[in-house]
Design a protein around this ligand. Structure first.
Ligand SMILES: [Zn+2]
Length: 438
């Protein structure tokens, strides 16, 4: 949604005519990115007010305002009608209403550009006529000088770095510091007391037990039924079900990790998770292990207060044999195994049209056709360590559909650990799969 606002008109008309010529007419630009919480326009109105004040303090007056509300400046291909109109007007030298424009006022460079292309377009438009200024709360900048351009490039570099950090799923470090260790607001999480810091004795014990049982292979619905029989309710009085139990036991907070909007907060310098100040219920490896028992759709990475709650546990049927059976065999920095689930993704080579890879540590992936073939060999090899499939089962396998094969695999296989591949090694290495049979 884009709002075009004409602001400051009344004030401008109050200024005596002979003063007006001394004021520099500038265009005000405001933008907030796609944060749904800010889409009410508060963010841009606030910026426009600051622009008005900045202009006033520097002998300028705002004659037109350009707004992009809910528009990212870092995404390629994201249209910003306000920005585009500003550039058009700068090139033309006046607004659609015929008002001359001698500069641009903004709260910070990164409102205008977060990508080099946009910086280039903005500077070309701004300097397309002589005598223009760029103004922000720190003062004027001369866009025609080397120094003026350098300052803009430095701002761009900062913005690009920040964008890259964000897209690496690492949030702004200053913000992360500010919230480090502070428990979430909102309803009390199941497992902790009202202070959101101290373990709730009964609930924490239930969570710990549920994690152990789930890792040992118990169905979440069975756990939910037991909780229900014990009279357990959610912290808002809800009846436990498979979905809520899943949410409780896979939440990063159970091991002290801090997440935000469904993403684990990481310390940018180290890549280590940010830990909270509350008492953890289990150690991180237990949490990893319990997460690994779910397919990717149920993982914390896909949930959080900013994402819609999953109301339907039905997911599209897996399209590949090994989906859900593979676990990451990569070593984490502390020497323990990652054990994250590998999920199927589109591959880049013709030989591997799909690959299974670990979304937890991103250190392990294996060619999809290789893993499926290796799994089939393991199941059908008849080796003493492997499963004893009856002739009937083998017959079903050979004639079976994918769903049937997956059902057979699930009846004999707990999971299959996958060793990370060796870089540059081209041949298919079937020994990378280490099955755990039932
Ligand atoms: Zn992993």
């Amino acid at each position: 949604m884009t709002v075009d606002l004409m602001v400051g008109r009344e004030n401008v008309n109050d200024v005596p005519t002979h003063w007006r010529s001394e004021l520099l007419d500038v265009a005000s630009y405001a933008r907030i990115s796609e944060d749904v919480r800010q889409r009410d326009g508060h963010g841009v109105r606030h910026q426009l007010r600051i622009n008005e004040r900045t202009a006033h303090e520097h002998g300028c007056r705002v004659v037109a305002a350009y707004v992009d509300n809910g528009r990212s400046a870092s995404k390629e291909g994201m249209a910003r009608p306000g920005f585009d109109r500003l550039l058009e007007d700068l090139v033309r030298g006046r607004t659609a209403e015929g008002q001359e424009v001698h500069g641009v006022v903004c709260v910070a460079d990164d409102r205008l550009y977060r990508r080099p292309e946009d910086l280039a377009r903005f500077f070309a438009a701004l300097t397309s006529r002589p005598g223009r200024v760029y103004l922000d709360p720190s003062g004027f900048r001369d866009p025609y000088t080397h120094e003026g351009l350098l300052q803009a490039v430095r701002s761009l570099e900062a913005a690009v770095t920040e964008t890259r950090l964000r897209s690496d799923r690492v949030l702004n470090w200053h913000w992360a510091r500010a919230i480090e260790g502070v428990p979430h607001s909102g309803p009390r999480p199941f497992g902790w007391r009202e202070d959101r810091t101290t373990r709730h004795p009964q609930e924490a014990a239930l969570v710990e037990q549920a994690i152990d049982e789930r890792v040992a292979g118990k169905a979440v619905r069975a756990i939910a039924r037991e909780w229900f029989d014990l009279g357990v309710t959610g912290t808002r009085g809800g009846r436990p079900n498979g979905q809520t139990v899943t949410q409780v036991i896979t939440a990063p907070r159970v091991c002290g990790y801090r997440s935000s909007r469904g993403r684990l907060l990481l310390v940018p310098e180290t890549g280590e998770p940010v830990t909270g100040s509350w008492e953890p219920i289990v150690a991180p490896d237990r949490w990893q292990a319990v997460c690994a028992t779910f397919s990717p759709g149920s993982l914390y990475l896909h949930r959080g207060s900013g994402t819609p709650r999953r109301t339907d546990e039905r997911r599209p049927a897996p399209r590949h044999l090994a989906t859900g059976f593979l676990r990451c065999g990569a070593q984490r920095t502390d020497g323990t195994l990652c054990h994250g689930p590998l999920s199927a993704q589109k591959g880049r080579s013709r030989r591997s049209l799909y690959v299974y890879s670990c979304r937890s540590c991103q250190r392990c992936s294996i060619s999809g056709p290789l893993a499926d073939e290796a799994l089939e060999r393991l199941l059908l090899s008849g080796s003493p360590a492997g499963p004893r499939l009856t002739e009937d089962t083998r017959g079903r396998w050979k004639s079976g559909e994918l769903a049937e094969r997956r059902q057979i695999a699930g009846s004999v296989l707990v999971h299959c650990a996958v060793q990370p591949g060796v870089k540059g090694k081209q041949e298919w290495d079937f020994s990378r799969l280490a099955p755990v049979w039932r």
